[in-house]
Each structure stands twice: as C-alpha cells, then as structure tokens.
Ligand binder design. Structure first.
Ligand code: SF4
Ligand code: SF4
Length: 85
C-alpha cells in the first residue's frame, strides 16, 4: 500500500512546497513504461512531466511524495525511494 494520502484542494504547481515532502520520492525507471499516462492523471500536484514511453519523470520541486504514481503504474515502472534530509 501507499503512505498517507495528501490531498490538497486543486492542483498546485504554483505552490512550491518541496520542503514538506513525506520522506520519499518517486523514481521513474523508464524501462517498462507503456505511456498509459495514469501517473500523470493521478498526480495531485500535476508535477509529472514527459510524454511517450519511458520519458516520464517528476518535478521534485513540486512532488509531495504521496506515492500515488507508483501505486497506479500498471507496469510497476515507478518506485518510491527514501530521501535523505
Ligand atoms: S509521489 Fe507521484 S503522484 Fe505523488 S506528488 Fe509526487 S509525482 Fe505526484
Ligand atoms: S503509469 Fe507507468 S506505464 Fe503509465 S505512463 Fe506512467 S510510468 Fe508509464
């Protein structure tokens, strides 16, 4: 399962709050991606970039580490990794 769900009203790319990330961030492996766009669609921060297979990545300035992208990816092509503070 994934960690605490952090839901904020609306998409907040204009709300730069990288400092309160929950201790992990997604790593996009870019190996089995089928360009389904699920990660992009589910990201509450709208901070996933890329288009086309194996091109997706997250903008760490906006990612909150909620883990939804890793949870939803049907190809398990996104991993949550621990982040050193
Ligand atoms: S963990 Fe994934 S879904 Fe959550 S904010 Fe970061 S990029 Fe978006
Ligand atoms: S959810 Fe996974 S397979 Fe789908 S576009 Fe994102 S990284 Fe690629």
């Amino acid at each position: 399962m994934f960690g605490p769900l952090i839901v904020k009203p609306g998409k907040s790319r204009n709300n730069k709050t990288g400092s309160w990330r929950v201790g992990s961030r997604p790593k996009f492996l870019q190996t089995n991606c089928i360009d389904c766009k699920m990660c992009k669609l589910i990201c509450p921060e709208d901070c996933i970039m890329g288009s086309g297979k194996n091109t997706y990545y997250s903008d760490d300035n906006f990612c909150k580490g909620c883990g939804l992208c890793a949870y939803i990816c049907p190809k398990k092509d996104v991993e949550m990794i621990k982040e050193e503070k």
